[in-house]
Design a protein around this ligand. Structure first.
Ligand code: UDP
Ligand code: MG
Length: 320
């Protein structure tokens, strides 16, 4: 019988997690195979872990990994992939914004031979205008900035085949942007469309700061374009500077207008300093990421887990 894995990253999901479990259970019971529900507790500060324990005691399709602290959504998904044992692996958010019932359709497509089935949001219900606008801009900006084809308006809700999962877990890069990596590995991919539901309870775990970090990760891990733009801008500005210098020289040598010009001088200094600092910042973003990579720390640290065998010997692992 085929086996399905469902990976559910959870951060402070005590309000939703029982309901998520119930809905997922109902769906997975109706599939044709065996399944596991693999929760990844990303350092929650609420009762998430207690609830997961309780579920795991009652139901032996429930497994969980418990991080030693909050490592972030993308890392949590990766940990789930490291330990998932299914032939097909579904990644789904814990807050029921992604309707579990879509999994039927995903499995259907998978059986038709697609190795990645991602869910594309055609509508987002119950989100703030701010979230909608920033998300809209983010996906467009990402598309413009990167060379690989990352589908628009697509989150991490998707089904991937074992083959794809194995490729993904072999890439241990730190600033992870899983949906980009999935596009990067290729294979036969298709989309199904859906309307994103309201959050069942609780609030977003992606405040602006995390969202910005996430977008920078997405762009920097797939593109040098910001660096190219910086050097292009540098060339352009240098070109105009040369012209301006010639004008200044002409005024100095052939006219007596040179004492005025305090304002233009200051403006030029401020402008150029601003541009130079921005460029340094862009370079800094890349250098920071290089620094993170060369340290070669493990992607995450597990405190404990339930029903998950040791897979990746690099990861310290304890079972309660
Ligand atoms: N999440 C996580 N670690 C984090 C932040 C979020 O594991 O540091 C999980 C969260 O529990 C949820 C998913 O990532 O399952 C998406 O988060 P959320 O629904 O808050 O994001 P949004 O819907 O605002 O995009
Ligand atoms: Mg959500």
């Amino acid at each position: 019988m085929v086996k399905y894995s469902v990976i559910i990253p959870v951060y402070n999901g005590a309000l939703v997690i029982r309901e998520t479990y119930k809905r997922l259970k109902r769906v997975m019971e109706q599939t044709d195979g065996l399944y596991e529900l693999l929760f990844v507790n990303d350092g929650s500060e609420d009762e998430t872990l207690d609830i997961l324990k309780e579920l795991a005691v009652r139901d032996d399709t429930v497994k969980y990994l418990n991080f030693s602290r909050n490592f972030g959504h993308q890392i949590a998904i990766t940990a789930g992939m490291d330990y998932a044992s299914g032939k097909a692996i579904v990644i789904i958010d814990a807050d029921l914004q992604d309707p579990p019932e879509l999994i039927f359709e995903m499995i259907q497509k998978w059986k038709e031979g697609y190795e990645v089935v991602y869910a594309k949001r055609i509508k987002r219900k119950g989100e703030t205008v701010f979230k909608k606008v920033t998300a809209y801009l983010f996906y467009r900006l990402l598309r413009a900035a990167t060379e690989i084809d990352i589908p628009l308006d697509t989150g991490d809700f998707r089904l991937i085949d074992r083959k794809v999962c194995d490729q993904l877990i072999s890439m241990r890069e730190r600033s992870r942007f899983v949906r980009g990596l999935v596009s990067w590995v290729g294979f036969k991919q298709t989309a199904i469309e859906y309307e994103r539901d309201e959050r069942f309870a609780g609030e977003t775990k992606y405040p602006l700061k995390k969202m910005l970090r996430f977008s920078m990760d997405g762009i920097t891990s797939f593109s040098y374009k910001p660096l190219k733009m910086a050097s292009l801008l540098g060339f352009l500005l240098s070109f105009f500077s040369v012209i301006w210098m010639m004008v200044v020289l002409y005024l100095k040598l052939f006219t007596n207008l040179t004492v005025t010009g305090w304002s233009s001088l200051l403006m030029a200094i401020l402008f150029f300093n601003g541009v130079v600092l921005i460029m340094l910042g862009i370079i800094g973003e890349y250098i920071g990421r290089i620094y993170d990579e060369v340290k070669h720390r493990p992607l995450y640290i597990l405190k404990d887990g339930w029903r998950v065998g040791q897979k990746n010997e690099k990861v310290p692992y304890y079972v309660e």
